[in-house]
Design a protein around this ligand. Structure first.
Ligand code: ATP
Ligand code: MG
Length: 335
């Protein structure tokens, strides 16, 4: 028997898989795998697999095993988790860690069981599930152990979660199965409609990251992109501006605002007044969209602020959750 067992947390995200130990991030890789189709064997994962996208023969498939925060391809998820555990083991020594792994709030029991099972099959000794909004709240140090209300937004690549927490548990929450990817899709649609140009999702994401914003900006930027003419199929350059991205993102951003609004509506008034005092913490990669705090503050009438560790707080909090287990265990999803 091992003298002590490693405790690892895993944030299994649609875009990124992150691993932490003792509150420190060890691994952050895109949730992408390259699979040899015939043998169903994984030949690369993470950034290495992402770099192969669109550059491999048909015999290799580059896939994303998670969609909208949940497992879409069980086998590939298990291969990736096993590869992660091997990577954090000392060379030549396989260990079986205790794993705290995240799931979005509101997933079905079938979906959470799949995560539990995949982590076990990948070589974990013991697996505990934790809801992402709870993990993220711990990771940003919200005072969730008190009877006052705390609100958090998790803006991921495939899911949007809004939650109010108190006494180590979730009081009210909503999950929208759409996130940053839906923003990229909206930019693709906008370019086609306005300019008759087809652009890829990755290009759309680059536009969002480089010049995107949630509200009009004073320093309007522009970005030149190579698209494909919708009719002739020939290359066609277009220039998009920050203002155009703001316009393109109106719909997906409105969906995020509505998700947060629904949660506020079903939160008891005493807790709402705490939230008005403390503000809403915005986390996840989507929190990095310029001006999203301003948009949410304006639309919800409650101050919203961006946290420092927006993309890593969930895995960091899940790691810290090991030592809080007796306090939170009643509020963890069962399998
Ligand atoms: N500066 C930025 N502006 C706008 N969006 C951003 C920025 N940086 C990252 N993103 C977006 O954040 C998303 C990824 O966020 P995150 O890493 O939190 O997702 P995830 O945890 O993998 O997904 P999920 O939690 O939904 O399963 C992507 O859609 C990415 O485009
Ligand atoms: Mg996430």
């Amino acid at each position: 028997m091992a003298l002590f067992t490693k405790e690892l947390s895993i944030d299994l995200g649609t875009n990124f898989i992150r691993v932490a130990e003792a509150g420190e991030v060890l691994i952050e890789e895109p949730t992408v795998a390259a699979i040899v189709v015939e043998e169903q064997k994984m030949v690369a994962w993470g950034q290495e697999a992402l770099d192969m996208l669109g550059r491999v023969p048909e015999s290799i498939e580059v896939t994303r095993p998670l969609q909208n925060g949940v497992i879409a391809d069980y086998e590939v998820t298990e291969y990736m988790l096993a590869a992660l555990l091997r990577k954090v083991s000392a060379p030549g020594r396989i260990f079986r860690p205790n794993v705290m792994i995240t799931v979005p709030y509101g997933v079905t029991s079938v979906e959470s069981r799949a995560v539990h099972e995949a982590a076990l099959q990948a070589g974990s000794r013991d697996v505990t599930l934790i809801h992402q909004p709870l993990a993220a709240s711990i990771g940003v140090d919200l005072p969730i152990g008190t009877p006052s209300g705390n609100m958090i937004l998790c803006l991921g690549g495939g899911a949007t979660q809004a939650a109010v927490l108190a006494m180590y548990g979730i009081i009210a929450a909503e999950t929208l199965r759409a996130g940053g990817r839906a923003m990229d899709d909206a930019i693709v649609r906008y370019a086609r409609k306005k300019y008759g140009v087809i652009i890829g999702n990755q290009t759309a994401e680059q536009i969002k990251l480089r010049i995107g914003a949630a509200v009009p900006q004073e320093d309007e930027q522009a970005m030149e992109i190579q698209g494909q003419d919708q009719i002739s199929g020939l290359p066609k350059p277009v220039s998009m501006t920050t203002g155009e991205v703001v316009e393109a993102l109106l719909e997906p951003l409105d969906d995020i605002v509505e998700t947060a609004r629904k949660v506020l509506e079903k939160t008891p008034p005493e807790l709402v007044s705490d939230i008005i005092d403390r503000g809403i913490a915005i986390t996840g990669g989507g929190a990095l969209l310029r001006g999203i705090d301003i948009l949410l503050t304006k639309e919800l009438g409650v101050p919203a602020y961006l946290v420092d560790n927006a993309t890593t707080c969930t895995v960091e909090g899940a790691s810290m959750a090991f030592s809080m287990y007796p306090l939170i265990r009643r509020n963890l999803p069962s399998v």
